[in-house]
Structures are given as structure tokens and as C-alpha cells.
Design a binder for this molecule. Structure first.
Ligand SMILES: [Zn+2]
Length: 103
């Protein structure tokens, strides 16, 4: 069952319930461990595709931020930007009922 908009919060693969930002955000730190759906209780996993999409976005931040902090000038702006992007990661998340290897 695939029911999702182009840019929006992920929906449960099992019941189609749209996840809250908070629940989707938690998934970032599960590393494939899975999170239960608030609606149906079915365990949902991050799809491999969305896992890599998220990390492709986050990785440059982790590389860039220390550089900018070293320069000091733009540190505040860059940290705000990093937090902003981190907050947007739930919108890249796709859910699957099946656990698939990440690599
Ligand atoms: Zn569900």
C-alpha cells in the first residue's frame, strides 16, 4: 500500500495512518530498528531508499558544520541551518512493514 504525497509526513505502510512529525523524527535514530505505528501498532521500518536519501542530506552538514565553527563567523547561521535540515528529515522518510537490510 503506497499512499503518500510528494512532500509530506510518511504514512504507515500497514494502515495508511499519517505519522506525526515526532514519531517520524525518532526514526532517524533507530538505524533500521523500527518504530511502532501509533494507530495500528504494526512495526514500521525506514525503507533503504529513504535511509540513504536522509543520510545523503545529513552527511554534508556533519562535514561542513565543524569547518564553519572553526571559522567562527558563520557558525550560528550554519548551526541554525543544520537544525532546520534535521527538522525536515521526517518529510523524506518512507515507511515499510518489512525490515530490509540497509546495505
Ligand atoms: Zn499503522
Amino acid at each position: 500500500m503506497v499512499r503518500r504525497s510528494m512532500m509530506g509526513l510518511p504514512t504507515c505502510d500497514s494502515c495508511g495512518h499519517q505519522w506525526s512529525w515526532k514519531n517520524a523524527f525518532k526514526m532517524n535514530f533507530r538505524f533500521g530498528g523500527g518504530t511502532r505505528c501509533n494507530n495500528c501498532g504494526e512495526k514500521q521500518y525506514m525503507t533503504t531508499k529513504s535511509f540513504w536519501k536522509t543520510w545523503m542530506i545529513l552527511l554534508p552538514i556533519f562535514l561542513i558544520v565543524p569547518t564553519f565553527i572553526a571559522i567562527e563567523i558563520a557558525a550560528f547561521v550554519v548551526i541554525l541551518l543544520a537544525i532546520g535540515i534535521l527538522c525536515a528529515t521526517p518529510y523524506f522518510l518512507e515507511l515499510s512493514s518489512e525490515e530490509k537490510p540497509m546495505w
